[in-house]
Design a binder for this molecule. Structure first.
Ligand code: ADP
Length: 334
């Protein structure tokens, strides 16, 4: 429901398929991951074998699902897509693994959220292409070994640090995805505008990119809202002014802060003189739950260098005063 959330909503899912780059060459940014992955894939092709398992780590919306599909496409292999939360029992995983075909790519999103028994089954599957299916219960239970065809697991996680080391160690390659630079997001916006038949000039693309929080998914979503505005209120061409006015309507400001972010920052500055103030006090001031403030608003504010979490409480930085166009009290200016 937030325009600037990095996780996918229903509309995103419908449009994203059309906007996904299909080949490594078309994938914008993430130079290091792209180069490393390209080597892994070329080597596998040369050897005529399935490549090592790949772990992609990074925040939502940066292209992990897209890369997994690209890996399959580059290998000319089919892909199966599932996620950690969808695999609650080891049996769910056994069913998926045993139906894979040789060389298939298995994309496991949110791999850190798999159940423990499934995780342990995965260890063996990754290492030996084998699973033990347990039949029966209690003392009479028996393990029936099942051979699997060689496959490539592509795991995705928002934080590689959340993975148990035995699982992490079974990936031959880990790609760390970073937030995108504005220039890269501009290219994403241009590319998507082309695919969606939206006319946009370079300054319009830059304006959208600057408000997209380093995240292609958000850039694509903002582009669609700006397109609506440009078509309904104007002739369809997206310029800097049109993009800025459209996103003002949707309350996404020049740096990508939305209403909640600005409310938190505004309260911190105006009610508490820039802090330090405790999380729960700040949350009450904006009429939100402490968790919402902490998990939804703060990460981006911290990343942007607008807010800092200190042992004495939350404090605003000089950039925060500047961003909201307020003058800090003399003591905070230092
Ligand atoms: P994740 O799996 O990390 O949440 P996705 O792969 O689903 O992210 O990407 C979200 C959207 O952003 C997709 O529509 C995709 O087309 C777009 N996207 C992500 N990375 C790139 C990129 N490097 N170049 C172009 N589009 C991208």
């Amino acid at each position: 429901d937030r325009l600037v959330t990095a996780s996918a909503d229903g509309e995103d899912q419908a449009v994203e398929a059309a906007l996904r780059p299909k080949l490594l060459e078309e994938f914008i940014g993430q130079e290091r991951v792209r180069e490393q992955l390209s080597l892994v894939l070329q080597a596998a092709r040369k050897r005529g074998a399935a490549p090592d398992h790949v772990l992609l780590s990074g925040p939502p919306g940066l292209g992990k699902t897209t890369l997994s599909m690209i890996i399959a496409a580059e290998l000319n292999a089919p892909i199966r897509i599932t996620s950690g939360p969808a695999i609650q029992h080891a049996g769910d995983l056994a069913a998926i693994l045993s139906s894979l075909t040789e060389g298939e790519v298995l994309f496991l999103d949110e791999i850190h959220r798999m159940s423990r028994p499934a995780e342990e089954m995965l260890y063996m599957a990754m290492e030996d292409f084998r699973v033990d299916v347990i039949v029966g219960k209690g003392p009479g239970a028996t393990a029936i070994p099942l051979e699997l065809p060689p496959f490539t697991l592509v795991g995705a996680t928002t934080r590689a640090g959340l993975l148990p080391p035995p699982l992490r160690d079974r990936f031959g390659f880990t790609g760390h995805m970073e937030f995108y630079a504005p220039a890269e997001l501009e290219r994403v916006v241009h590319r998507s505008a082309g695919l969606l038949d939206v006319e946009i000039d370079p300054a319009g693309a830059a304006e959208i990119a600057g408000r997209s929080r380093g995240t292609p998914r958000i850039a694509n979503r903002l582009l669609r809202r700006v397109r609506d505005f440009a078509q309904v209120r104007h002739d369809g061409l997206v310029t800097r002014e049109i993009a800025a006015r459209a996103l003002e309507v949707y309350e996404v400001d020049a740096r990508g802060l939305d209403r909640l972010d600005r409310a938190v920052l505004g309260a911190l500055l105006k009610l508490f003189g820039g802090g330090p103030v405790g999380l729960s006090t700040l949350a009450v001031a904006v009429g939100e739950e402490a968790e919402t403030v902490e998990e939804v608003a703060e990460p981006f504010l911290v990343r942007e260098g607008l807010l800092a979490r200190t042992p004495r409480g939350r404090i605003a930085t000089a950039a925060a005063w500047q961003h909201l166009g307020l003058t800090p009290p003399p003591a905070a200016r230092a």
